[in-house]
Design a protein around this ligand. Structure first.
Ligand SMILES: [Zn+2]
Ligand SMILES: [Zn+2]
Length: 234
């Protein structure tokens, strides 16, 4: 029955791959199999922040208070991944969350972290109203279902500061202070925290700090993609 619905839908609403433009089925969720397979896992150095190791030492998280026990971004912000995220975030192509959660699920199976609860970097209500959805939360809920854990909205965005986009490394860590809050108390839970784009890790780190202060046992962070600090491409 589902197959028939897809065939009828494809006939009336032909869909095209966002990366190569080839015609695809609605069930491919905007990306063809070939383009999707070009998204490659990112080389992971430091287990705590995903940064590059030099002589077995991390030059990123060792310089500051780091609250994530482990963290990495699935892929880099380029090629099909970039096309997907631009359409998902800025053009509100909601169904792409399915493709992104597929990638996260595969990466999490590989990482085999023991987690109790899944949560996402929150978004202020005014921003959710504007976009229609919180891009990290939509993926996190789907990932939670896939790994059979509960999704719990543990954090909220209490103040909307300047966007992180135009800030330098240090300012990004200062800009996130006071932006989020934890709802309720935790009792040693191991939290899987999901964010969209990782640049300096400032947002994930601040959320992890608050979760640990509220009683989280461990915080594991995962982001969809890693973007260079001075990547001026959108
Ligand atoms: Zn394609
Ligand atoms: Zn590190």
């Amino acid at each position: 029955m589902r197959q028939l619905v897809d065939i009828v839908f494809d006939y009336f609403f032909p869909s095209h791959c966002i990366a190569c433009g080839n015609p695809i089925s609605v069930k491919d969720h905007h990306v063809c199999i070939r383009c999707f397979s070009t998204i490659q896992p990112l080389e992971r150095g430091c287990k705590r922040c995903g940064g590059q190791l030099v002589n077995n030492a991390c030059s990123m998280c060792s310089m500051r208070a780091w609250y994530l026990d482990m963290c990495f971004a699935v892929s880099d912000y380029s090629g099909t991944m970039k096309e997907m995220l631009v359409k998902y975030k800025f053009y509100k192509w909601r169904r792409l969350y399915k493709k992104i959660s597929e990638l996260l699920y595969a990466a999490l199976l590989d990482a085999s972290w023991d987690v109790d609860v899944v949560t996402a970097v929150p978004m202020a209500k005014s921003k959710v109203r504007k976009r229609g959805f919180n891009q990290s939360e939509l993926v996190a809920k789907d990932v939670a279902q896939k790994i059979r854990k509960s999704y719990v909205p543990l954090l909220k965005e209490v103040r909307v500061w300047k966007t992180q986009k135009d800030l330098n490394y240090v300012d990004r860590f200062l800009n996130v202070l006071g932006r989020f809050a934890v709802e309720g108390k935790l009792a040693g839970e191991r939290i899987l925290l999901i964010d969209d784009v990782y640049t300096t890790g400032a947002t994930l780190n601040e959320c992890a700090r608050l979760l640990k202060n509220a009683g989280a046992g461990k915080v594991f962070g995962i982001a969809f993609a890693k973007k260079a600090l001075h990547d001026d491409l959108q």
